[in-house]
Design a protein around this ligand. Structure first.
Ligand code: PEP
Ligand code: MG
Length: 552
């Protein structure tokens, strides 16, 4: 709670929401002291072997620490998040990285710390130059590991966030994945970042922890004094520093209203969401892990509308075989048993640094071999998924969704493989097959794509990116990325007009924005698939809307 009620100079910062929610507290500025470790030391050639073994010892120590951290995160947060640290361990074991570090010490005659700094920075830059968010996250991973290793080499054992004041609003330039674990143990109220994107590991952690977080707050830590009072409204992406009494009262009233509205929405969430003119809209969940599925069911999801299956592939040295994939999917979907579930085929591209795809490189990966294009190039990846989903169909009410469809042929090929594999497996009830509409080209070819599809699902995140030629992860072009622009609604409306009988759903982030529900329903969309925490609120918004946009 804030103590001082009077303040001479209120400052309001506007950023981007990373994780929703509202909180108040005192600002704690966290300056990252990488600079202290950046000593560029030369060594004599006779010292090189000692430096190499110092590095080996530090690597072993970090590997043990990561193991402990992974099990702590698994217990305290989520097993999916623990994988971040398992991936860090895999990176440390990478032979080419080890060799590059050894060479840096021996050829350039520098200390182990200096070699770590140079080589990890080189790798970080390589990842940051790649287009996908997963690659950019790998950049974060490299920075995180570099600091850990240099700390270990310098004999520093305490984590810099271990001693932040409990209940503070943490303000910092950026956070690293391993930082976030300390935020929970210190009961941090909220996090304000100068840099950080919605798709990063840190964003994932903060959302999982229900920790309000805003990023894009440039110059925050040089402008705001340590210890200032802060009101963080991540829903509106604003941070009010040194608020006056009126602002504090307004803020607290909004917090109370939100809490009451959520309790009310939760009471009704197991009743179907019907518009004012009597149209029932199905509300499903977007999930990626078993904890998402569990939360979705608790919040009244009527099924799973988008199961992002990438998690089963990321951090593996080889793609999963039928049995591994089956076990992973079974575990993830278990809480949704008895409800319809829609499994999206692997949506990964040549730009993603999957260890078993190292050989692929494209100069413009988001316009390259991603989604279904990659599956067409590697049919065994497609077949493994189809076999697994067909096996799951014996226990679940399953549908299949194909990512990044642009040509009718993309669907024709999957449909054909699905029917061949079904007959090989003696399965008569073939799951329904849907195409994701994520590019303007796909939207304008809907009537052709529909010939091979049982339903269509709009992926407005990518549809916006490709319509406005604006990278969805690049803060610099954020102003061009407007998923609620008229152009997006027009594309959806064209699809509905071209294939009026086709069931249409929406699984992009736009579906979770209550202020746009009427316009979405006006495009003929009858199914929404959204993040689990948003389900009760979106059902309430549907109840207040007309399926035609306005009363007729
Ligand atoms: C989308 O593009 O809107 C979508 C739902 O898919 P993803 O966010 O996984 O690319
Ligand atoms: Mg997409």
């Amino acid at each position: 709670m804030l103590s001082s009620m009077k303040s001479p100079a209120t400052q309001i910062f506007q950023g981007r929401q990373i994780s929703p929610g509202m909180a108040e507290g005192k600002i704690h500025i966290h300056r990252i002291l990488y600079g202290l470790l950046d000593m560029d030391e030369s060594i004599e050639s006779r010292e090189a072997d000692d430096e190499v073994s110092r590095l080996d010892n530090a690597t072993l120590k970090i590997s043990d620490d990561l193991c402990a951290l992974a099990s702590r995160v698994e217990k305290e947060i989520d097993s999916r998040l623990a994988e971040v640290f398992s991936v860090h361990q895999l990176i440390l074991e990478d032979d080419s990285l080890k060799e590059e570090l050894r060479k840096e010490i021996v050829s350039n005659l520098v200390t182990a710390g200096s070699a770590v700094k140079t080589v990890f920075l080189r790798w970080e830059k390589r990842f940051l130059l790649m287009e996908s968010q997963i690659s950019k996250d790998k950049g974060d991973d490299m920075r995180d590991l570099s600091i850990r290793l240099r700390n270990a080499l310098a004999g520093i054992t305490i984590h810099s966030l271990e001693e932040i004041p409990p209940g503070c609003v943490l303000a910092t330039k950026r956070l690293l994945p391993s930082d976030t674990i300390f935020l929970r143990s210190r009961d941090t109220a909220a996090v304000l970042l100068e840099f950080g994107t919605f798709g990063s590991h840190v964003a994932l952690f903060t959302r999982e922890m229900g920790l309000p977080c805003i990023s894009g707050l440039r110059h925050l830590i040089t402008t705001v004094p340590d210890g200032s009072n802060a009101l963080v409204d991540a829903d509106a992406a604003t941070a009010t520093i040194d608020p006056d009494e009126q602002q504090i009262n307004r803020f607290r009233k909004k917090v109370e209203r939100n809490a009451a509205a959520f309790r009310l929405a939760l009471d009704h969430t197991f009743t179907p969401a019907q518009t004012k003119d009597g149209v029932v809209i199905t509300v499903l969940a977007n999930i990626g892990s078993d904890s998402d599925t569990r939360l979705a069911m608790e919040n009244g999801a009527e099924g799973v509308g988008l199961y992002r299956t990438e998690k089963a592939y990321i951090g593996r040295l080889h793609p999963p075989n039928d049995e591994e994939l089956y076990q992973e999917m079974l575990h993830t979907l278990a809480p949704a048993k008895g409800k319809p579930v829609c499994v999206r085929l692997l949506d990964i591209g040549a730009d993603k640094p999957l260890p078993f795809m190292k050989f692929m490189a494209e100069s413009n990966p988001s316009l390259g071999c991603r989604g279904i294009r990659l599956l067409r190039r590697y049919p065994e990846l497609l077949d493994t998924q189809l076999r697994t989903v067909l096996k799951l169909a014996k226990e679940f009410d399953i549908q299949i969704l194909v990512p990044m469809v642009t040509l009718p042929d993309d669907m024709a090929i999957v449909k054909d493989r699905l029917s061949q594999i079904s007959s090989e497996m003696d399965i008569n009830m073939i799951p329904k097959l849907g195409a994701m509409i994520e590019t303007p080209g796909a939207a304008l070819s809907a009537s052709e794509i529909a010939k091979y599809s049982d339903f269509l699902s709009f992926g407005t995140n990518d549809l916006t990116q490709y319509t406005f030629a604006a990278d969805r992860e690049n803060a610099e072009v954020e102003a061009y990325f407007n998923h609620a622009a008229d152009a997006i609604f027009r594309l959806m409306k064209i699809v509905h007009d071209d294939v009026p009988e086709m069931p249409l759903s929406l699984c992009g982030e736009l579906a979770g924005r209550s202020e746009h529900i009427s316009k979405i329903l006006e495009c003929g969309i009858k199914t929404l698939s959204i993040a689990p925490p948003l389900i009760p609120g979106i059902k309430e918004s549907i109840r207040e809307s007309y399926s035609t946009g306005s009363p007729r």
